[in-house]
Design a protein around this ligand. Structure first.
Ligand SMILES: [Zn+2]
Length: 243
């Protein structure tokens, strides 16, 4: 087991969400990838959507008849979100306690997290993740990932327009996005977005605190090897204060 931190503070095995990476046939058609640091909103959305398709191919998505899919659709029914991007939420049948979002509004919650959390706690996690999207953090993460990824190298190597990303380049980008690191400030802002969302939707806002306390219990209040990542206990304390 390699200890690492992902979007939602957890311990995962190094290849958990990316076992058997096979991205055959996934192509990003017609996206201009010559601009690294400055991607247009359209390009960001396109890349995020391509990366989302890549991770969906790779991971077992809960089918609509699955109790997990039914539970997610039930607990998000009528949920109102602030911001332009509305989430597209699906469940990965993966035992890790995790969730992530991408700039196109893709939100994926892992069954391992759903097993451990109440409906309101899952709502808080979804709110936190879509907060990263609507506050612009996911766009920044994509731009960073793109700049440092094989996708960028492909663009640079061709010296011009790239019509399609290779499977490996797209896979590289997708993995970077799933494991994107956010700053402490971004984590706090996403937590506050989630708290506001919980209140606006009349869900129990205290679930934000209890969700983080559960993570603290599972993993301790260490913020892992990434010093910038706030520990769950500290985040719970901030949220308690905000309440
Ligand atoms: Zn986060």
């Amino acid at each position: 087991m390699k200890k690492s931190i992902i979007i939602f503070l957890v311990v995962i095995s190094s290849n958990s969400a990316f076992a058997g990476f096979d991205l055959g046939g996934i192509i990003s058609a017609g996206t201009d990838l010559t601009k690294a640091a400055i991607l247009t909103d359209g390009e960001v959305k396109q890349l995020a959507s391509d990366a989302s398709q890549a991770t969906d191919k790779l991971n077992p998505v809960a089918p609509p008849v699955s109790p997990y899919a039914k539970r997610i659709s039930k607990l998000t029914k009528g949920m109102k979100f602030e911001g332009n991007v509305k989430p597209t939420i699906k469940v990965y049948m993966v035992k890790d306690v995790n969730a992530f979002a991408m700039a196109d509004g893709t939100v994926r919650v892992f069954s391992g997290l759903m097993d451990r959390m109440s409906d309101d706690e899952v709502r808080y996690v979804i709110g936190h993740e879509i907060g990263h999207v609507n506050l612009g953090h996911s766009k920044k993460a994509l731009q960073t990932a793109y700049t440092t990824s094989a996708a960028r190298k492909v663009g640079a190597a061709s010296g011009g327009t790239v019509a399609a990303l290779s499977d490996s380049a797209l896979g590289d980008l997708a993995e970077k996005l799933v494991h994107a690191q956010y700053s402490q400030a971004h984590e706090n802002d996403a937590d506050m977005y989630a708290l506001k969302l919980m209140k606006a939707n009349r869900y129990d806002p205290k679930a934000a605190v209890s969700a983080l306390r559960k993570l603290e219990k599972m993993y301790g209040n260490e913020s892992s090897v990434f010093a910038s990542h706030p520990a769950p206990g500290d985040r719970a304390n901030s949220l308690e204060k905000a309440l």
